[in-house]
Design a protein around this ligand. Structure first.
Ligand code: NAD
Length: 270
């Protein structure tokens, strides 16, 4: 396999730093640069320096566009608006893009689909192998159990997370709804407060917790009278997402233009 040149946008963020460390330690990956917001204090500093490593000889740029020229694949864990701008840059330069940003709305996904007509784009709300397995299991269990089993999805993340429920919790909800052959939007109950009334048969509920430095906990509860099944995943370090993203970068390189998922990367049937 030939080497793949990788750029990281948002390289000084929590995930960006984990990605720097992962990419430089992955065979066949060559880190060729990182970008940040033009007003970020990281601009002008060495990529290795910001990640607590030895100097790597590449400085953080405030101009993401240049990364799309230098790299074969760009990794993007930033914000929804920024991600759409990066997808347009990827389409213009025909550079592959791996997106981990969450909080993407239908209009953002539509913009990614348009960009993916010109270049391969892989997008996943969660890049960990374990969570992607959890999504598959959730779909299967929801398919097997009838709606006498109430489905509740519980997630907890660190105090800095800005979107809720997490992209992963929503992906789990979609998988459960697909398993039951219903649309999530028609059955989702996103947060209860005051007097929401009795739970309706077939509802899929979401509960969100925020606190501390929790990297990401997700549980799917199937609760019937007298028994409960619970599927859970706990992430204790961001390296699992960085590892998945780097694997996705190697997989996406050279693929035809399209919008791909982590199920494609891992070879799961969706
Ligand atoms: P963060 O705030 O620590 O990092 C985001 C970085 O993007 C910041 O450094 C910010 O300055 C930078 N950025 C913003 N606008 C930019 C621009 N225009 N150009 C270049 N850089 C820009 O956040 P984080 O915890 O690293 O998470 C980032 C995103 O990744 C969130 O949406 C989070 O939910 C998601 N995430 C996804 C996964 C996954 O597996 N898919 C895992 C963890 C986090």
């Amino acid at each position: 396999m030939s080497d793949v040149r990788i750029g990281i946008v948002g390289c000084a963020g929590r995930m960006g730093l984990a990605l720097i460390r992962e990419v430089i330690n992955t065979p066949n990956c060559i880190l060729v640069g990182g970008s940040e917001r033009p007003d970020s204090a990281a601009v002008g500093r060495d990529l290795g320096d910001i990640a607590g490593l030895e100097l790597l000889g590449y400085t953080v740029t405030g101009n993401s566009e240049s990364l799309f020229i230098d790299a074969d694949v760009v990794l993007d864990f930033t914000t929804s608006t920024t991600t759409v701008a990066h997808a347009e840059m990827a389409a213009a330069s025909r550079t592959a893009l791996v997106i981990g940003t969450t909080g993407l709305e239908a209009r953002h996904i539509a913009a990614l689909e348009t960009a993916a007509q010109n270049t391969p784009i892989m997008q996943a709300a969660n890049m960990s192998l374990g969570v992607n397995l959890l999504v598959q299991l959730t779909r299967q269990v929801a398919h097997i159990l009838d709606p006498d089993f109430d489905i509740e999805i519980i997630e907890m993340h660190h105090r800095y997370k800005v979107d809720a429920p997490s992209g992963t919790a929503l992906a789990l909800g979609r998988a459960a709804a697909e398993g039951r052959g219903v649309e999530l939007d028609k059955v989702a109950v996103r947060g209860r407060d005051g007097m929401p009334g009795e739970r309706q048969r077939g509802d899929i509920g979401f509960a969100v917790l925020r606190g501390g430095n929790v990297v990401g906990d997700h549980s799917v509860m199937f609760a019937a009278d007298n028994e409960r099944i619970e599927l859970s995943h706990r992430a204790t370090d961001r390296t699992i997402f960085a590892r998945g993203a780097t694997r996705a970068a190697l997989w996406t390189h050279g693929k035809p233009p399209s919008l791909y998922s982590m199920a494609d990367v891992l070879g799961f049937e969706s």
